[in-house]
Write a protein that binds this ligand. Structure first.
Ligand SMILES: [Fe+2]
Ligand SMILES: [Fe+2]
Length: 344
């Protein structure tokens, strides 16, 4: 084996950082954009849980992933979940396409049907139950890759207590939405200095965070979406802190384009995955075109111009799931608007 000198090794490490952005542009250009429903459906017949956009399967997406799954009639996701379900330190949304059922999230019951969306508060126990005679078809998207890269991904599952980190420590550890437990909000308070105040705020952070998670909006019903004109076309924000969701990484919008019309064009420095909820059309991504249909999935490369066209006779609805909020919080977001939609 070739042994590198200290100088060679450390020069290479420095150049890795210098080269990264240029290399990443190439990876973005080469990434898969379109995932067709018929192929996903075939795989779902063999296994009820199919990852679609996922860096572990070659997607160039560093922050979130998307999968499809099916819950058979009168069963529960995970089959053996009966009490706690699971919880995780990743943000998650679930969008229901077919079937009816309910979820138990942090002890509360939420009933859902097609077109409804759940935004699961971080580290809350949750279970999903199909109450009907039809299979439930749904997609889920999480910030798993982001939390894993940060070394802060905890998944505790009722079925696998041998992998629990905190839940085995008792009732308090199972009730809290803070991994490791909340503790007392005024434990660090001492009087007399601004620095002591600042430190006490730091200690209280997680407890405030837990309160905000518990106040966050969980269920968004399809009928409550409010579409309004924007430069990109008719949009409804579905998951966003400005409409009552305590989300810091994952955001969701629904876009609607009438037959024969086109959206605006834009590009942005965050990952986006789109689910085609209804209708058909095409998307231009930089210099390439992709034709899509209902239930197809698109993975939009970071900072590539994209614009959507409704080529069918029905309204086109696209659920856009992005990690804009994570990038906002890191100070890395940038959105450029190009041509405006032709129908607003
Ligand atoms: Fe989950
Ligand atoms: Fe976009």
């Amino acid at each position: 084996m070739e042994v590198k000198s200290t100088k060679e090794l450390h020069s290479e490490l420095a150049m890795h950082s210098v080269r990264f952005a240029k290399d990443e542009q190439g990876r973005r250009k080469g990434q898969d954009v379109l995932f067709k429903w018929p192929e996903i459906e075939k795989k779902l017949g063999e296994h009820k849980h199919i990852y679609v956009v996922d860096a572990r399967l070659g997607s160039n997406n560093h922050t979130h992933r998307l999968w499809y799954d099916v819950i058979p009639p009168h069963t529960e996701e995970g089959q053996e979940w009966r009490t706690l379900g699971h919880r995780h330190t990743v943000e998650a949304i679930i969008y229901f396409l077919k079937g009816h059922g309910h979820s138990i999230i942090d002890g509360e019951r939420y009933d859902w049907g097609p077109g409804d969306l759940l935004s699961v508060p971080m580290f809350s126990w949750h279970r999903h139950i199909n109450d009907g005679d039809e299979p439930v078809l749904r997609i889920a998207s999480t910030t798993g890759p982001l939390s894993l890269a940060l070394g802060q991904a905890v998944y505790e599952d009722e079925r696998y207590p041998e992998f629990w980190i905190y839940a085995q420590e008792g009732e308090d550890a199972r009730k809290t939405l803070i991994p490791g437990g909340g503790g007392k909000i005024d434990n660090a308070k001492i009087a007399g200095s601004r620095t002591a105040e600042m430190y006490a705020e730091q200690v209280a952070f997680a407890m405030h965070e837990e309160q905000l998670r518990r106040k966050s909006k969980v269920l968004v019903k399809q009928k409550d979406l409010v579409f309004e004109p924007t430069a990109m076309g008719n949009l409804a924000y579905v998951v966003d802190p400005r409409i009552g969701c305590h989300s810091k990484a994952l955001g969701v919008v629904m876009a609607e384009i009438p037959p024969g019309k086109r959206s605006g064009a834009h590009r942005h420095l965050y990952d986006e995955i789109d689910l085609i909820v209804s209708g058909k059309g095409k998307v231009i991504v930089e210099d390439k075109e992709f034709d899509f249909d209902t239930l197809d999935v698109l993975s939009i490369p970071v900072f590539q111009w994209h614009q959507y066209f409704n080529t069918g006779s029905e309204p086109l609805r696209i659920l856009g799931i992005n990690t804009r909020l994570a990038m906002d919080n890191l100070g890395l977001s940038l959105t450029h608007q190009g041509e405006k939609a032709d129908y607003v």
